[in-house]
Design a protein around this ligand. Structure first.
Ligand code: JFZ
Length: 484
């Protein structure tokens, strides 16, 4: 065999090896991108989880924004008010898809000013914003390539609402999160629908007929909603989650909601899990379905009696609705909202406080007023909320406590809601030596006395803040509290 032939055989063999190697790499790469199903953070170590959750735990306070086409009817359909939450108007009034889309033609938020929105959140002391990118009505606040039922194609406004918000968040150092209703979608065929009795939500003349239909059709009230759910998840929901996690820069939170038809269906949930890798460190909640717990529990409109070992975030409205209702004037007081924040922080949780903007793109004035008032308190006392951890006391009759612990001591923030008439504030069971005690707002030094009941702090006659005056105790050594 001449050397030429010999060489060509070697060439051929080495070519085959190169091709085989290339194919091996290609397949390996594909497997890598496809990423085995399951939650990407299932096996992270406690240290990895703590590092990923750190900013969120330190933040303690965020803004929820529920905004969409439902802000146009604003709780009234055909002149009749709906019961309950405004963003559910399509379901509550059993509005047919075509009729509901007429509201889309009136959605023209010309007063939308995302920079102002972000500044109002920041000035209130909020560190992150979670906005509805698509709620149960299936309307996308962003320019989606997989549907025309979105802000660009279905409204006179015609511009992506998320892009300028993402830019404003980046500009002002606020983390951005997206809410996405992954299963319920009352406008795209195959989207799920939680069944609500027709008469419960609206004075529906055809209630009995509608109830019979929704019973037969898994909660749906319009034939236009019927379709294959798996097809819907594959062609609308999963592609849209990819869009919102790809097109808007850094996204810190993905807030799933109502896993209807997928609570125990791991296969359906696994359609979404690989998408989480599109945003490094992405934090998600416990509402995807498929038995996945996500990163945090999400008590809604309530504050748990005690904290828990797993991260949690109470989401809450300022009045009684998430989406704007023109006539819901049942606003919680600033005192209630602030004390909720303190109560939640004292239990080691986060507070996601909601604003429901109008159809024109404005925050309701009562929301603006409350955000401003909260911000005034946070400017002075924010250090008693941010980066704190849960109270070491089982219960305090006069208020709450948050804390920061260090190697050789701790800082206790005593949130005094009820100012003692005699000026004597008992910190029950505290055994540590108090190095310093002072009013957080003006650093006025305070006298303390230790006794068998704990530590008594001598307060001035007047509280500095009628809602919550914070007293700071710097104590030495590891916290030593004798529980009652
Ligand atoms: C869901 C949404 O339906 C609602 O519109 C809003 O977005 C809220 C933050 O989340 O509300 C729920 C979700 C779950 C329950 C009740 C309301 N639940 O499990 O009883």
């Amino acid at each position: 065999m001449d050397s030429r032939n010999h060489t060509s055989i070697i060439d051929r063999k080495s070519n085959h090896c190169i091709v085989a190697l290339f194919l091996l790499l290609l397949v390996g790469g594909l497997i890598g991108t496809v990423q085995a199903a399951g939650w990407p953070y299932e096996d992270e170590t406690p240290a990895q989880r703590n590092a990923r959750m750190a900013w969120w735990r330190q933040a303690r306070f965020g803004m929820f924004i529920h905004w969409g086409v439902y802000a146009v009817p604003a709780g009234t359909h055909n002149g009749v008010k709906i019961n309950r939450i405004g963003e559910w108007i399509m379901n509550r009034a059993k509005i047919p898809v075509a009729e509901y889309k007429e509201y889309g033609k009136q959605f023209n938020p010309v007063k939308y000013d995302p920079n102002q929105w972000v500044l109002m959140a920041k000035d209130a002391g909020m560190k992150y914003i979670v906005i509805t990118t698509k709620h149960h009505d299936g309307f996308a606040l962003f320019d989606s390539k997989v549907t025309d039922w979105d802000i660009v194609d279905a409204t006179p406004y015609g511009k992506d609402l998320l892009k300028p918000l993402a830019e404003a968040c980046r500009k002002h150092g606020i983390k951005l999160g997206f809410y996405y209703s992954q299963a319920q979608d009352w406008c795209h065929p195959g989207g799920a629908a939680i069944r609500k009795p027709a008469r419960e939500g609206w004075d529906n003349p055809d209630a009995d007929e509608i109830d019979a239909y929704t019973a037969e059709h898994d909660g749906h009230w319009d034939p236009a909603q019927l379709g294959d759910m798996d097809e819907y998840l594959r062609t609308i929901a999963a592609p849209q989650v990819r869009e919102i996690l790809t097109n808007y820069g850094d996204i810190a939170v993905l807030w799933w909601d109502t896993p209807t038809g997928m609570k125990t269906n791991k296969e359906r949930a696994d359609l979404f899990q690989p998408l989480i890798n599109l945003q490094p460190g992405l934090i998600t909640n416990n509402r995807l379905g498929g038995g996945y717990k996500g990163d945090l529990n999400t008590p809604e409109q309530r504050i748990p009696a005690t904290g828990s070992d797993y991260d949690w975030e109470t989401c809450m409205t300022m009045n009684d609705t998430w989406g704007y209702k023109s006539y819901d004037q049942n606003w919680k007081s600033t005192e209630t909202l602030l004390r909720n924040l303190v109560d939640i922080a004292s239990k080691g949780g986060n507070y996601l406080l909601n604003v429901g903007p109008t159809g024109e793109g404005e925050f309701p004035q009562p929301s603006i007023d409350r955000l401003k008032a909260i911000g005034q308190w946070m400017k002075i006392y924010g250090g008693s909320i941010y980066e704190t951890t849960a109270s070491p006391f089982a219960r305090l009759t006069w208020g709450r406590c948050t804390k920061k612990t260090f190697i050789n001591g701790a800082t206790l923030y005593l949130h005094v809601f009820d100012w003692p008439a005699d000026g004597k504030l008992l910190v029950p069971g505290l055994k540590n030596e108090v190095l310093h005690a002072y009013l957080m707002a003006n650093f006025e030094k305070l006298e303390t006395r230790s006794n068998e009941s704990g530590v008594t702090v001598q307060l001035p006659v007047q509280a500095l803040d009628p809602i919550d005056t914070v007293v700071v105790l710097k104590v030495s050594g590891e916290l030593d509290i004798q529980q009652e």
